[in-house]
Design a protein around this ligand. Structure first.
Ligand code: NAD
Length: 502
């Protein structure tokens, strides 16, 4: 199936492309050109039910497959991902806008979760206690939940779904993915590759859509668990609605990530790191740096360096060789970001580099915003309070590390934060005191590797368990503890008191 020429995308149900019953469709746009390139169905409750039923039907056989056999499917899938990385990156770039290099990088981060999940026979090992009582042993099992659901955002159409389904299916669950309606095509390519890798039909399904599809998933009686990544208001809604309907939920929300720059930092290093972390992927990363906290007298020299580099960031279509930064996702996103820059100016921040009208020749209808830098930003301004999700960096000046940490800890979001310093003492104080899910020390985007778990605190994550790593295994399994005795002389007498071991 050549999806790139299809005008209307199908769903993927029970191991094949399926026409939906819905008549509602949305537009998928190439953000570099502004052109509508295909249409995506907005699944209704009947479409969602068909996908969930297919997943439920596949579950008994899949959960019974030995973990090693499940792992081998993932090993083959990993090889296919690697072989097709360049074509997959093109699909991401066409619908999302990020540069090809960045798209490939995000595929690699997803592939790493597949590699981690391929270790599932080891990861599922339980605990065993010999003789917890006379002739009594106790041990634990981790068993799959059933049908699990992933609802994912536009900014990582490959990586974020791969934070979820490799581990979910490795644990023996079946899966329904509801990808973002803005860049939905990659999910279908992943479905095809999983099938080619030998995944049985119905173990992985895709429904496209918006709130209607999401609500049908949240309320479906056969859905056992929901993993969500997206903006904070929707994450909160998913958590509350999913929990009210008896689902296990992990819902990752938005972010406002800070980089603290200490007076002793290597400024050339910090500048390059912050430029990449702030403007890479046009700032549309949940771990993008958004606020720079300049401590003491570092602010002036830091801003000089940042401004000089920000003015040189090359903006263009993601498939252009020299583009460092592509467009943002939609026309509405561009207008929102430009509106926030206007507000920053109106509220008194100093606009050092203005990216509101970048010239991208031959792409007048593309959704481009240039690298933008503000100085003298304060915590009451909209550009500080709101998640901009665009290429805008705001410098907040503070006198000390204590003030920097207090600023970060007072922010409602708590995904990532980084410190740039040469002082081990300052770095350790930061590590201990910052109230945040993921901390970086001279690392601007401290995204944990697949074998650690990813997640924020406060409004950046609703639920108890992070994604991937061992938290992922715990999320996608239920714990069962067995206490066993094998008497062979029929001597067990009925006991009417609390059972005591020993
Ligand atoms: P979004 O919240 O608009 O959409 C996410 C998903 O929710 C999509 O699949 C969408 O179809 C669905 N959705 C949207 N509105 C809904 C509604 N009213 N009811 C039910 N479902 C709905 O997010 P987005 O714009 O696609 O992605 C950007 C956001 O995601 C940013 O806030 C970013 O910080 C966040 N994000 C967070 C992380 C993280 O790890 N914490 C990672 C990536 C992105």
């Amino acid at each position: 199936m050549d999806l790139t020429t299809l005008e209307r995308l199908p769903l993927w149900i029970g191991g094949r492309a399926a026409d939906p019953t819905t008549t509602r469709y949305g537009e998928v746009t190439n953000p570099a050109t502004g052109e509508v390139i295909r249409h995506v169905p907005f699944a209704n409750a009947a479409d969602v039910d068909a996908a969930v039923q297919a997943a439920a039907k596949a579950f008994p056989t899949w959960r019974a497959a030995p973990p090693l056999r499940r792992a081998r499917v993932l090993m083959r899938f990993r090889e296919l991902l690697d072989t097709h990385k360049k074509d997959l990156a093109r699909v991401v770039t066409q619908e999302h806008g990020k540069t090809l290099v960045d798209a490939e990088g995000s595929l690699t981060r997803g592939l790493e979760v597949v590699e981690f999940a391929a270790g599932i026979p080891h990861l599922l090992k339980g605990e065993y206690s010999d003789a917890v009582g006379t002739d009594v042993d106790s041990y634990s099992l981790r068993q799959p939940l059933g049908v699990c659901v992933g609802i994912t955002p536009f900014n990582f159409p490959a990586m974020v779904p791969m934070w979820m389904f490799p581990l979910a299916i490795a644990c023996g669950n079946t899966f329904v993915l509801k990808p973002s309606e803005r860049d939905p095509t990659l999910s279908l390519r992943l479905a095809e590759l999983l099938q080619e890798a030998g995944l049985p039909d119905g173990v992985f399904n895709v429904v496209h859509g918006d709130k209607e599809a999401v609500d049908a998933l949240l309320r479906h009686p056969l859905v056992r668990a929901v993993s969500f990544v997206g903006s904070t208001p929707i994450a909160r809604y998913i958590y509350e609605t999913g929990a009210a309907n008896g689902k296990r939920v992990q819902a990752l929300g938005g972010a406002k990530n800070h980089a603290v720059v200490m007076p002793d930092a290597d400024l050339a290093f910090a500048t390059e790191a912050i430029i990449g972390a702030g403007y890479g992927s046009a700032g549309e990363r949940c771990m993008a740096i958004s606020a720079i906290v300049a401590v003491g007298d570092v602010a002036d020299p830091l801003i000089t360096k940042l401004a000089e580099r920000a003015r040189r960031v090359s903006v263009g279509p993601g498939d252009a060789d020299d583009a460092e930064m592509g467009p943002v996702i939609t026309c509405a996103a561009r207008d929102r970001i430009v509106g926030l820059i206007d507000r920053g100016v109106a509220e008194g921040a100093r606009l050092v580099v203005d990216g509101r009208r970048p010239a991208v020749s031959g792409h007048d209808a593309g959704f481009f915003v240039g690298a933008t830098l503000f100085d003298n930003v304060t915590s009451d301004m909209a550009i500080y309070r709101e998640e901009i999700f665009g290429p805008v960096l705001s410098v907040v000046r503070v006198p000390s590390l204590t003030d920097a940490v207090a600023l970060i800890n007072a922010n409602p979001y708590a995904n990532g934060a980084a410190i740039f310093t040469r002082s081990g003492h300052a770095a350790r104080r930061f590590q201990q005191d910052v109230e945040i899910g993921m901390a970086g020390i001279n690392v601007p985007i401290p995204v944990p590797m697949a074998f650690y778990s990813f997640g924020g605190w406060r409004n950046s994550l609703f639920g108890d368990l992070n994604v991937h790593g061992t938290d992922g295994v715990r999320f996608y399994t239920k714990l069962k503890t067995v206490t066993s005795r094998w008497p062979d002389d029929g001597s067990a007498a009925p006991g009417f008191h609390m059972p005591l071991m020993g």
